[in-house]
Design a protein around this ligand. Sequence first.
Ligand code: BDP
Length: 694
Amino acid sequence: NDGYKLWLQYLPFENKAITEYYGDYLDNTVLLGKSPTHDVIQKELELAYSGFFDKNPGNISRTSVGSGLLWIAKFGDLPKEIRETITDHAQSLNDEGYLLHYLKGKLIVSSKTDIGLLYGTFALLKKIQTRQKLEDLHEISNPKIQKRLLNHWDNLNRTVERGFAGFSIWNWHRLPQHIDQQYIDYARANASIGINGTSITNVNANALVLTPEYLEKAAALADAFRPYGIKVYLTARFNAPMVLDNLPTADPLDPKVQQWWKDKTKEIYNYIPDFGGFLVKADSEGQPGPHNYGRTQADGANMLADAVKPFGGIVMWRAFVYNEHTPTDRIRQAYDEFKPLDGKFRDNVIVQVKNGPLDFQPREPFHPLFGAMPETPLMMEFQITKEYLGQDTHWVNLATMWEEVLKSDTYAKGPGSPVSKVVDGSLHNYKLTGIAGVSNIGTDRNWTGHHTAQADWFAFGQLAWNPEQNIDNIGEDWIRMTFSNDTEVIKTIKGIMMNSYEILVNYMTPLGLHHIMARSHHWGPGPWVTGGGRDDWTATYYHKANSDSIGFDRTEKGSNALAQYAPEWKETWGDAESIPLEFLLWFHRVPWDKKLSTGNTLWNEMALRYQKGVEGARWMQKEWSKLEGSIDPERFSHIASFLNIQVNEAEWWRDACLLYFGQYSKMPLPAGVEAPKHDLTYYLNFKRNFVPGI
Ligand code: BDP
């Protein structure tokens, strides 16, 4: 098993009783209605059937038959007598929602729309994959977030920015004529978890994608994805009018520029009639933007919004805007820039905000813009690819981090105003809602490099559908669908998953440390990174270690980034004595010999946490080894070898960071912390010339 089938393994039923139980339904299936999506549904049912029963699928009836036990049809397509039994329930369905309902010997999967029916079918298959009892089913499910997107940071030359699982799956050279099976399987996988949009190009955008040659190719992808309910979005390079058509300016208030975008947009819609809209990174890390013309982010976004408006498109405008020439703390800048623009964006603009104010670190407090923009829809951007979290070889369950962020209380409307309710729109009554995950997939046979990184893609989809879903259940479903329904296997893998996040934070960035990775590629430790072109891309800018203390003072005595949060947070995080230790050095400078609430000095606590992280990684390895024989050998040894790497790299992180910081603390390692294997010079030079990546 090479993992290509992801969580859609449709593993054979383990015994006769289970085979017969589900066989009753699956051998008596009625699928009513006609559309390309119905054909997709039929194919998926057949694929699942051949997996479950290990034989060719029987006929699925496409006309009403009295003997049907499993009915899959839109509400309007159901025979009257069945339809009447679910009328009340069907009222509460939205356009993408589905209903699973058991009644008097019949199981009904229904919806208002074709896509809702596809989602319902996948939901049913999930119930079967996770061995649930069908007679208990009474489920109505509507997605809580409207736009649920993957963001691919894929370049036109097929490299993937921060991609660690091979090259881009978009083979531009062969498009539009060749539609690879992988595109179809991509769409199936995404539809199975409710993803309904994909932005296929890097946010560090190449204007070429807006030329007819590429639009034709993007249109071919859009055609392939359409039956699966997935819309295509493109990244727009802000100065495209200059790059592609030699306009003298890209000033968003210039009528000629505005007209250029209107014409370009019309052209795009000729190729892709249901084009979703633009995703834009502007005025950030060298990308052009409205700042170049003294204009605001709203001016830039609104120009594009006006262009897509007549066609029903949207603009996702990223808040990841910061500048090395701005003297304030980098993490303050997005809020300082966007907060005053609240209410100034068109109604088809949604501002896309990273989960934290810095940049996808192992642990950050939630971004202070959440809760601060009641008049402007905000969408969440998570990074599924693990740029700062060990990249392809570390096993870490990202859902744990995402849940922590989504559950954080913004206090925007008093206690009980979590980030999840900002994102699902309920807190501020946003008319437009969205969530994006920076994709972790590539041409690797198993899509994601690490088999277990498939779980992050899966969990992202589940949380996009419902950001308040329980991550334990998400994890368990994934294990059952991907590996096995065996109780021991589930228990062991779930144990590893649910502990993996804290373990990684401990061996990388305990106590609120951040951005101490190696320069530029961000793989491995680099607390010594300093100097170079941009201060705000170094480690020393963030940890500021010296012989007295370490940490970034973000209280009013320091950068006062803390003031961007609600007063409740100022109270919790503002006091170095009582702040939860996971954010201590994010908000405070703390003397090395300061006694913490744990009874340890800061230095000892740091060292012990690094050690604990290493021990955690070893524990993960030991737990996994118990599964030999219960998991297919190919995936078992693939994961085992990656765990080896993870343990080695956890030790590397611990040793390098403790040696480096130890120069400042000048304190000995406390009992229980293993002595580093080498001296600091070794780590400074270790893997220096190696460029990780694909
Ligand atoms: C950072 C990445 C960089 C991205 C940037 C972004 O290092 O490659 O272009 O985020 O989100 O995390 O735009």
